[in-house]
Design a protein around this ligand. Structure first.
Ligand code: ZN
Length: 168
């Protein structure tokens, strides 16, 4: 499927496979989002997953124009604000661009949002702590579990309300 194909073409397949959780629609916990990051040298990928509830307030198809607008605004934020959600030190010259941001529907009524980002830096971010702006953007997200694998680090950390850093 898509995820796998993207990983295979990424050049960091082995790194990412270690941090990709099993089924995409494993039962999520409201208030808790996950961010998987793979970095090799100056390039990388990141995948953010969160519940629809936390990102736009419901977990089914929108029923009104207002709900549709709310969902679209949230997806737009995910698409356009990658570098605000996932923050590298400015001196590294990193760009965080969106490959896609979409709703992943579930039959059980727990739709999720998945956003995939491509990271490209002028200078390798190894050893430079990263910070996050996920809870600031989506107030429903209380904790962000970050799993990071790079050519110099392998780490898992729970970031509560954007406090704390992860170092590649
Ligand atoms: Zn849910």
């Amino acid at each position: 499927m898509n995820v796998r194909r993207t990983l295979l073409t990424s050049g960091i397949t082995m790194l990412m496979l270690h941090v990709t959780p099993g089924p995409l629609l494993a039962q999520h916990v409201h208030g808790a989002a996950t961010l998987d990051i793979g970095i090799e040298g100056k390039a990388g990928q990141a995948t953010l997953r969160a519940s629809g509830e936390d990102v736009y307030g419901f977990e089914r198809a929108p029923r009104t124009p207002a709900e549709r607008a709310k969902q679209e605004a949230a997806l737009k934020l995910l698409r356009e604000q990658g570098a605000t959600l996932i923050r590298f030190q400015p001196a590294l010259g990193c760009s965080v661009t969106t490959e896609r941001a979409q709703v992943v529907s579930s039959k059980g009524g727990h739709d999720e949002v998945e956003a995939r980002y491509r990271i490209a830096c002028r200078q390798a971010p190894a050893g430079k702590p990263m910070t996050f702006g996920v809870s600031q953007a989506f107030r429903g997200i209380e904790t962000l579990t970050v799993q990071l694998v790079s050519d110099t680090a392998q780490t898992s950390r729970k970031i509560v309300r954007d406090r704390g850093t992860v170092t590649p």
